[in-house]
Design a protein around this ligand. Structure first.
Ligand code: ADP
Ligand code: MG
Ligand code: MG
Length: 864
C-alpha cells in the first residue's frame, strides 16, 4: 500500500503540536510544541517527515512513498528561505541534522546524523577552519556509521592513531581518511551532493526502524512494529564552535532523586553526540553557572517554563552556540521510582498538580525499585571503585562481561552483574537478565544509565578506574584483577563498587513514598491484600500496607523439613485409619502455623486455601526410589521390603498429568479427612488467639457446584464440632477452571466469596502450562505477534479476562453481595489491576513486595 499522492507527509515545526505525536513522533511533536511555547528563536527551525511516510516506506518494499521527494524538497526550500542559507552553499551553507523520533522514545535505538550538507565546497563556506573541518569529519563519520553501517571502530581506530587534539589541517587529513574508509567499505564514493546525502539519511532512519536493535527494543517494551518512526530535519546549531559553546542534557529536576533542582550533563566545545557517547566525560550541569552564567540562567528559566507547560518533569537537550541558547528536545522525563515519588509529592505541594494528577505521573510498575535492597547500613567493605550513581538500588552477583552470558546465567538462576566499558543497544537483553549494571565510562545520561533506570535495575556508570578487558574477560583496578564469575557488588544509589560479599538489606519505605501511598489509599476503590504463607511474609505484607491475606497456601506448610515425613506417611497410608493417625500428628503443627498467621493479621481478612497440589509433590521420585531399591538389593539390605512397598505406592499414585489430576477439591472429595484436619486446625487456631482475623476458608479447583456443596457441609460440620460457630468464618472457592466460570451462578449458591486464581485459570483456559510456555514458544509467539507479552504477566483481557467478567457477573447475579477477589500473579500487575477494576472486583491480592505497587495502580485504575 502506498500513501496517496495527496497525503501530507511533511510538516514544518511551526505546523505541529504535542497532540500530533502519533503522526510526528514524540520528538517531532515536542519540538513543534517547544517552538510555539518558547518562540522560534529558541528552537532551530526544521520539518518532520511523518510516521505514516515511514509506514508507507516499509509496506512499499522500502521505496519512498509518492510525493515524499517533492514534499521534502518544498519543506527544504522553506527552511532555506527562513534560514537565509542554502544547503551545500559554498559561501554560507545551511547544515541540518537528521533525527529519528518514534511515538515513544527509544533511547539510543535509532541514530542521528549531524552536520548534513557539508562537502568539499561548503566546508569552506562554513569557515574552512578547525571548527568547520571538525564538523565535516564528524559528519563523514556519522554518515558512514549510521547510513551505511560502517563499524564505529573503523573511525575510532584512526582517531586513536592521530589523537583528538588536531588543528584544521589535521582534521582535514582525517576527514579524507574517513572518506576513504567509506569508499573501502561501500565501494562508493562519499556522496558530495547534499540532497543525495539527505535522501540517504532519511532512508537510513526509516531502515533503522527495521534494524535488529530497534526490533529487540520494541519486543522488550511492547512497542508495536507498525508504528514506524518519524524523521526530523532541523537546522544545525553548533555547540562545538569554541569555548563559549556547549552541548548538554538538562532535567528540570534531579533525574535520580527527583529533588527540585535542575541536573544533567554538559560539555564545552562539543556536539551533542559527545555528551552521551562517553568519549569525553561530561561535567555536571550546575557547573555551567561558572562557565556561561547567562546561558545557564536562561536554561533554568526555560526548564521551569516547560515544566509548567507540560505539567511534568522534563528531560531536555540543548546547545549553546557562542553564548546563545537553543533547545533541541524536550520530553517528560523517564525517572526512577524515587524521583517519580519525590516529584509527585513536590508537584502537589508546589500547586503544579492535584493529587490525582500527581498519582497519574507515577509508573506504578517501577515502584519496585524503591523496595530494592541496599548495602546494609554500617556494613564494612573495601571500595573497589567509585562511579556515577546512575540507577538506585544495590546488586550483587558474579561478574559477566556480555549480555549473552548474563542471559545464560539468569536462565540457570544465577545472580550476575553485567560489567562493561560502556553499553550499547545490543546489550539490552543483558540488562534484563542481570541484577545490576556496571560500566567504566559514561555519565548519568549514558546508555547504561538510561536503560537501567528505565528497567529499575541498579547501575553504577562511569567507574573510571575500572579497566575492562573484554577479550581476557577481566576487570582490573590498580593491582586487583577480577575475572568472570568473581563476585562483585554495586550500590547504584551511592555509586560504589566492591568485590566484598557485602550484605544487602531490604529497603524501607521513604517519607515521600508513604505520602504517595496515603493518597493512593484515599483514591482507590479496590482493596489490596497479599499472598502470604508465613507469619514473616504476613508481617512484611502489613508493613507494606496489605489489608489482609488474599491467599495463604497451606501446602507450603507441609513442605517444611520436619513436616515432610509426616505428610508422606499421610499420603502413603493405605487405610483411612492410618491416614487419620498421620493427620493427627500434623494437626497441632498446622494449628501452630495458623495461630502465628492469625496473630499477625488480627482483625483483617485471611483467606486460607485448603490443600491443593498433586500429592506426588510430597513423595520421592519413582526413579530415585528404583535406584535406591536396586542398591539395597545388591547390598542385601533389610530395607528392601519397605522400599518395594514405597515404590509400589508411588507407582500407584502416579498420574499422567498430575497438574490435571487429583488435586484441589478432588483431594477433598476423595480423602475428606485431609480437609477435615485442616479446618480443625484453622478453627482451633482462631479460637486460640486473642483477636482472631476474619477467616475465609477457600476450596481450590472447584469445577462442579456439587463439589463445593459437599465441602461446605464438611467445613460447617467441623466448625460445629470444634465450637467455632461464633467465629467470623466464611466459606468460598477459588475460581480457576473455565467450567467454574460458566456455572458461577450455581457455584455462588454455596459460596460466600470467590477468589480468581488467574494463574491456573490462564493455564486451563489456554491449555498450556506456565512452566513450559516461557522457555518454549513464548518468544516465537511474540516474534510472530501472536502475543505481545506473557499472559501470565498481564491478564489476557479478551480471553481469560472474559471468563473473569462472566463469573463475576453471573456469580453476583445469583448471590448479591458475593465478595470477589483475585489472587493470581496478575494481582500485582498494574495493567491487570486496571482490568480488575473494570471487572468490578472487590480486591486484588499479590506478593507482599508488590503491595505498594498495587495500591498505587489501584488508585490509578480508580481514576480511570
Ligand atoms: P537521540 O534520540 O539519540 O537523543 P537526537 O535526535 O535527539 O537523538 O540527537 C542527539 C543529539 O544531537 C541532540 O541531543 C543534540 O545535541 C544533537 N543535535 C540534534 N540535532 C541538532 C541540531 N539541529 N543542532 C545541534 N545539535 C543537534
Ligand atoms: Mg538516537
Ligand atoms: Mg535526543
Amino acid at each position: 500500500m502506498k500513501a496517496a499522492a495527496s497525503t501530507k507527509l511533511v510538516y514544518d515545526f511551526a505546523e505541529g503540536s504535542r497532540e500530533m505525536r502519533e503522526l510526528l513522533g514524540g520528538k517531532g511533536a515536542n519540538v513543534a510544541e517547544m517552538t510555539r511555547v518558547l518562540g522560534a528563536d529558541r528552537v532551530p527551525a526544521g520539518f518532520t517527515i511523518t510516521t505514516e511516510a515511514c509506514v508507507a516506506y516499509m509496506q512499499g518494499d522500502r521505496e519512498f512513498p509518492d510525493g515524499l521527494d517533492e514534499q521534502v524538497a518544498e519543506a527544504l526550500a522553506r527552511l532555506e528561505e527562513q534560514a537565509g542559507k542554502t544547503l551545500g552553499d559554498a559561501e554560507d551553507p545551511l547544515l541540518v541534522s537528521v533525527r529519528s523520533g518514534a511515538r515513544e522514545s527509544m533511547p539510543g535505538m535509532l541514530d542521528t546524523i549531524l552536520n548534513l550538507g557539508l562537502n568539499d565546497e561548503s566546508v569552506e563556506g562554513l569557515g574552512g577552519d578547525r571548527f568547520a573541518w571538525d564538523s565535516y569529519r564528524r559528519f563523514v563519520q556519522m554518515f558512514g556509521n549510521v547510513c551505511r553501517g560502517i563499524p564505529g571502530e573503523r573511525y575510532e581506530d584512526l582517531i586513536s592513531e592521530v589523537g583528538r587534539d588536531l588543528d584544521a589541517d589535521g582534521l582535514q587529513a582525517l576527514t579524507e581518511r574517513f572518506k576513504r574508509v567509506f569508499q573501502d567499505e561501500t565501494g562508493e564514493e562519499f556522496p558530495n551532493d547534499p540532497r543525495e546525502q539527505l535522501k540517504q539519511a532519511i532512508r537510513a532512519v526509516f531502515d533503522s526502524w527495521l534494524g535488529d536493535r530497534a526490533v529487540s527494543y520494541r519486543r522488550i517494551n511492547h512497542i508495536p512494529d507498525e508504528w514506524g518512526t518519524a524523521v526530523n530535519v532541523q537546522q544545525m546549531v553548533f555547540g562545538n564552535r569554541g569555548e563559549r559553546s556547549c552541548s548538554g542534557v538538562a532535567f528540570s529536576r534531579d533525574e535520580v532523586t527527583g529533588e527540585p533542582k535542575p541536573s544533567g550533563d554538559f560539555l564545552v566545545n562539543a556536539q551533542g553526540e559527545d555528551v552521551v557517547s562517553g568519549v569525553r566525560t561530561p561535567r555536571d550541569l550546575p557547573e555551567m553557572k561558572d562557565v556561561m552564567p547567562d546561558a545557564y540562567d536562561e536554561l533554568r528559566e526555560i526548564l521551569s517554563t516547560l515544566e509548567q507547560h507540560y505539567r511534568d518533569m522534563q528531560d531536555t537537550e540543548f546547545t549553546v552556540e557562542e553564548g546563545r541558547l537553543y533547545m533541541l528536545q524536550t520530553r517528560s522525563a523517564k525517572r526512577p521510582a524515587q524521583a517519580a515519588v519525590r516529584f509527585a509529592v513536590d508537584a502537589v505541594e508546589e500547586g503544579l498538580l492535584d493529587k490525582p494528577e500527581a498519582i497519574a505521573t507515577i509508573d506504578a510498575d517501577r515502584l519496585d525499585a524503591l523496595l530494592h535492597p541496599h548495602f546494609k547500613r554500617g556494613a564494612k567493605f573495601d571500595v573497589l571503585a567509585e562511579g556515577v550513581p546512575a540507577s538506585p538500588g544495590a546488586a550483587k552477583g558474579a561478574i559477566v562481561f556480555t549480555a549473552a552470558d548474563a542471559v545464560a546465567a539468569a536462565a540457570e538462576g544465577r545472580d550476575v552483574v553485567l560489567v562493561r566499558p560502556f553499553t550499547e543497544a545490543d546489550d539490552v537483553a543483558g540488562f534484563h537478565a542481570a541484577k545490576g549494571i556496571l560500566t567504566a565510562e559514561g555519565g548519568k545520561a549514558s546508555h547504561a544509565a538510561l536503560v537501567a533506570r528505565g528497567m529499575g535495575k541498579p547501575c553504577v556508570a562511569g567507574a573510571g578506574t575500572l579497566q575492562v578487558d573484554l577479550k581476557a574477560k577481566t576487570v582490573t583496578v590498580e593491582d586487583t584483577t577480577l575475572s568472570e564469575g568473581d563476585l562483585i557488588a554495586i550500590d547504584g544509589s551511592a555509586g560504589v563498587v566492591t568485590a566484598d560479599d557485602v550484605e544487602l538489606e531490604e529497603a524501607d519505605v521513604s517519607e515521600h513514598f508513604e505520602t504517595v501511598l496515603g493518597w493512593a489509599d484515599e483514591l482507590r476503590d479496590l482493596g489490596v491484600r497479599a499472598n502470604a504463607d508465613t507469619p514473616h511474609d504476613a508481617a512484611k505484607a502489613r508493613e507494606f500496607g496489605a489489608e489482609g491475606i488474599g491467599l495463604c497456601r497451606t501446602e507450603h506448610m507441609f513442605m517444611a523439613e520436619d513436616r515432610q515425613p509426616k505428610m508422606r506417611a499421610m499420603i502413603m497410608a493405605e487405610s483411612e485409619d492410618d491416614r487419620r493417625k498421620a493427620l493427627d500428628a500434623l494437626l497441632p503443627l498446622q494449628q501452630q502455623d495458623f495461630e502465628g498467621l492469625f496473630e499477625e493479621m488480627s482483625g483483617l481478612p485471611v483467606t486460607i486455601r485448603l490443600l491443593d497440589p498433586p500429592l506426588h509433590e510430597f513423595l520421592p521420585s519413582a526413579e530415585d526410589l528404583a535406584a535406591e531399591l536396586e542398591h539395597a538389593r545388591n547390598e542385601g539390605s533389610p530395607d528392601v521390603g519397605e522400599l518395594e512397598h514405597t515404590l509400589d505406592r508411588v507407582h500407584s499414585l502416579s498420574e499422567t498429568n498430575p497438574m490435571l489430576g487429583t488435586r484441589g477439591v478432588r483431594l477433598g472429595v476423595l480423602h475428606p479427612e485431609v480437609y477435615e484436619m485442616q479446618v480443625r486446625a484453622i478453627v482451633r487456631g482462631a479460637l486460640a488467639v486473642e483477636a482472631p482475623p476474619q477467616v475465609e476458608i477457600m476450596i481450590p479447583l472447584v469445577a462442579y457446584e456439587k463439589e463445593l456443596e459437599l465441602m461446605r457441609e464438611l467445613v460447617e460440620r467441623v466448625i460445629d464440632e470444634e465450637g467455632g460457630e461464633h467465629l467470623d468464618l466464611k466459606i468460598g472457592t477459588m475460581i480457576e477452571l473455565p467450567r467454574a466460570c460458566f456455572v458461577a451462578d450455581r457455584i455462588a449458591d454455596h459460596a460466600d466469596f470467590f477468589s480468581f486464581g488467574t494463574n491456573d485459570l490462564t493455564q486451563t483456559a489456554l491449555g498450556f502450562s506456565r512452566d513450559d510456555v516461557e522457555g518454549r514458544f513464548l518468544t516465537r509467539y511474540m516474534e510472530r505477534k501472536v502475543l505481545d507479552r506473557s499472559p501470565f504477566e498481564t491478564i489476557d483481557a479478551p480471553g481469560v479476562g472474559w471468563l473473569v467478567r462472566l463469573a463475576a457477573w453471573v456469580g453476583r447475579e445469583s448471590h448479591p453481595g458475593l465478595k470477589l477477589g483475585i489472587c493470581g500473579e496478575h494481582g500485582g500487575d498494574p495493567e491487570s489491576i486496571h482490568f480488575f477494576q473494570l471487572a468490578g472486583l472487590d480486591y486484588v491480592s499479590c506478593s507482599p513486595y508488590r503491595v505498594p505497587i498495587a495500591r498505587v495502580a489501584a488508585a490509578q485504575a480508580a481514576l480511570g
